[in-house]
Design a protein around this ligand. Structure first.
Ligand SMILES: NC(=O)c1ccc[n+]([C@@H]2O[C@H](COP(=O)([O-])OP(=O)(O)OC[C@H]3O[C@@H](n4cnc5c(N)ncnc54)[C@H](O)[C@@H]3O)[C@@H](O)[C@H]2O)c1
Length: 258
């Protein structure tokens, strides 16, 4: 598989899944536009991609909760490369809490602004450009949008919304020749938990627990998620749109949820 001469924009590219996805596309010779709110981690990730691809990587520090930042990301990527072929919406956060917890609305507002609103903004801004290139979008949703698990009600609710949006966007953009799909990972070792205040020990203990409860007794790796994203973005998946592709080592098959 090769993405030679294809322009791939990855959000949340400074860490975790976005970082792995960027590196994977670099290995596949894509021309990269990498976006993150954290410029330090963005530059580290982009430097690693440049080492692999031997090509300059375009870096944009942006807060995608702001509409003007989303519009600027699309505009300057188009200006830099003349087109955009693939957009991977990976930037995201997690917060815990249920209906009876204080701070529910703060947690909802924070999650929805990046995990869904930013993707709606990106999709509507970039759709005309993808219509020109007959390109596609891959969203990073979560299996938690399909099952009730964890103490993360607002996160799960917003991911369910993203899975719905993925299908609707696929239907609306199909006449333009633009595909829209999503990957729904189960737990994956990244900085997601650390980035909402969990210690390294707590984060490690959580992932160990996840390994125990999945039918396959493992969790998926960021590299496995990245290769699925690349497959869905590639010509090999030309007939696939509106798919919410679950990668959870069988977790959601269990009758009794954790
Ligand atoms: N790690 C998991 O277990 C898991 C499972 C399912 C889905 N996901 C999803 O994968 C995506 C990536 O998460 P991750 O696990 O790699 O976490 P991570 O914390 O390692 O990476 C998230 C990245 O998004 C960036 N980001 C956050 N807010 C931003 C903003 N406003 N603007 C621009 N960039 C922003 C962060 O700076 C960070 O680099 C998220 O959407 C998450 O919900 C993760």
């Amino acid at each position: 598989m090769s993405f030679l001469n294809q322009v791939v924009l990855v959000t949340g590219a400074g860490s975790g899944l976005g970082e792995a996805i960027a590196l994977h596309f670099a290995k596949l010779s894509a021309r990269l536009s990498l976006v993150d709110v954290d410029s330090k981690s963005l530059n580290k990730s982009a430097d690693n991609c440049e080492k692999v691809s031997k090509a300059k990587v375009f870096r944009i520090t942006a807060d995608l909760t702001k509409l003007e930042d989303v519009q600027n990301v699309v505009e300057i990527t188009k200006k830099q490369y003349g087109k955009i072929d693939v957009v991977v919406n990976c930037a995201g956060i997690c917060r815990s809490g249920g209906i009876l917890d204080s701070g529910l609305m703060d947690s909802y507002d924070a999650i929805v602004s990046i995990n869904l609103r930013a993707i709606v903004a990106m999709t509507s801004t970039v759709a005309p450009i993808l219509a020109e290139s007959k390109g596609n979008i891959v969203n990073i949703s979560s299996v938690l949008g399909n099952i009730h698990a964890g103490n993360t009600l607002m996160y799960n609710t917003v991911k369910a919304g993203l899975s719905y949006f993925t299908k609707s966007a696929a239907l609306e953009l199909a006449p333009e020749g633009v595909r829209v799909n999503a990957v729904l990972p189960g737990s994956t070792r990244t900085n997601l938990l650390k980035n909402f205040g969990r210690s390294q020990a707590e984060s490690d203990a959580f992932f160990k627990y996840c390994e125990k409860i999945t039918p396959l007794k493992r969790i998926v790796t960021p590299e496995e998620v990245a290769s699925t994203v690349a497959f869905l973005a590639s010509e090999k998946a030309a007939g696939i749109t509106g798919v919410n592709y679950v990668m959870d080592a069988g977790l959601s098959l269990r009758a009794e949820k954790p």
